[in-house]
Design a protein around this ligand. Structure first.
Ligand SMILES: [Zn+2]
Length: 369
């Protein structure tokens, strides 16, 4: 009898020990919940508020082996298609049997943008879905979605990668952002991530909000919370080209190897071009005699864009980037590069209105960081 009691006690102890362990190893984000070695799909359910509810798709890939948590987030801008399709490829390609740790994948935050083919903003509230972090529970849809992503994804991960690209109207060459924080160990890891990702132009994004209540950007929200994070961009003007896709998919695998989440060697870029700032070029300048309020004639608010440069072109200060005409063919502006640098993206379509940005020029850093 005494022996039976011992056996019974052992079973009870084993059961008590095992139950919480199993609960701990299952990883849940929104309605997606995956046990070790499994993939699970679900939604981050953004409740209705001052405007409509939305469901953001989420995938949890829980590795067979324990480890860190990596978040891969895309589609804040729902017509930056390469970044979205890259996450779709990764959902299929990441093998939980090979994985140490857990990957949270969000392929498409801004579903209304994707469905309605509206660039830059969420058409529900006309806000960019990468400008309102950390979000708030009683705001508009963009703010409520940002709030949920902060709690369910940023707070739960150890590392984060935010995926973007050229939007419908942007002809963009691939590049990454690295945002140093001044915290040595965090910056060492985020730099290792951005080099492992392998994009050959890297923007050093130094001056960013440090207030946790006003972080604005997703990757910055993770950074401010002490989590190494980077932004990667590839794809342009509505296209889904295999070269651009490969950059994002292969870059992710290389970064996961650098983070020891997958077996094998990372392939870091050896000598990237480091960029120390980005300069906006506005199509209609005061030099050309135009201001948004100066004229009542609607044609003067619009223009037709004829570019002289392509994405990736290196330009010198003063070089003409293109021509803007009115609807009668008269030249109304000849925007020039204010700096020496590389065209990171240039307006991809003829449509222009007063005040539009027609290009971003990246200025090469004097020294590698
Ligand atoms: Zn974007």
């Amino acid at each position: 009898m005494r022996r039976h009691l011992c056996v019974l006690a052992s079973i009870l102890i084993a059961a008590l020990c095992c139950l919480p362990l199993q609960a701990q190893t299952k990883f849940t984000v929104g309605t997606a919940s995956a046990a070790p070695g499994q993939k699970s799909t679900g939604y981050l359910e953004v409740p209705a508020g001052v405007d409509a509810a939305t469901n953001i798709p989420v995938v949890v890939i829980n590795g067979a082996k324990p480890g860190k948590v990596l978040a891969l987030v895309s589609g804040a801008h729902g017509t930056e298609y390469v970044s979205i399709i890259a996450i779709e490829k990764l959902i299929a390609a990441i093998d939980p049997a090979q994985l140490s740790g857990t990957v949270i994948l969000i392929p498409l935050i801004n579903i209304q943008s994707f469905e309605q083919k509206v660039p830059h903003v969420n058409p529900i509230d006309h806000k960019s879905m990468n400008r309102f972090y950390p979000g708030k529970p009683d705001g508009t849809q963009t703010e409520r979605a940002s709030y949920l992503i902060t709690r369910e994804v940023v707070d739960r991960c150890d590392y984060l990668i935010d995926y973007h690209g050229g939007d419908l109207d942007e002809s963009l060459r691939p590049y990454a952002y690295w945002g140093p924080t001044g915290k040595a160990e965090q910056d060492r890891i985020s730099k290792e991530m951005v080099l492992a990702f392998g994009l050959d132009h890297i923007i050093i994004w130094s001056e960013r909000p440090t207030d946790p209540a006003a972080t604005r950007y997703l990757d910055n929200t993770a950074s401010v919370h002490g989590k190494p994070s980077v932004v990667v961009e590839a794809g342009h003007a509505g296209t889904v080209e295999s070269d651009d896709l490969a950059l994002l998919v292969n870059g992710t695998f290389s970064t996961m190897r650098a983070l020891k989440m997958l077996p094998g060697e990372a392939h870091p870029i050896e000598n990237p071009v480091w960029l120390e700032k980005i300069v906006d070029v506005i199509a209609f300048t005061l030099d050309a005699g135009f201001t948004a309020n100066a004229a009542s004639d609607t044609s003067i608010h619009s223009g037709i864009w004829y570019p002289l440069v392509k994405r990736g072109t290196y330009v010198s200060a003063g070089m003409q980037l293109g021509t803007v005409t009115d609807f009668f063919g008269k030249i109304i502006a000849e925007p020039r590069s204010p700096v020496n640098g590389v065209i990171l993206h240039v307006n991809a379509v003829p449509s222009l209105k007063s005040g539009d940005n027609i290009a971003n020029v990246g200025v090469v850093a004097a020294h590698a960081p």
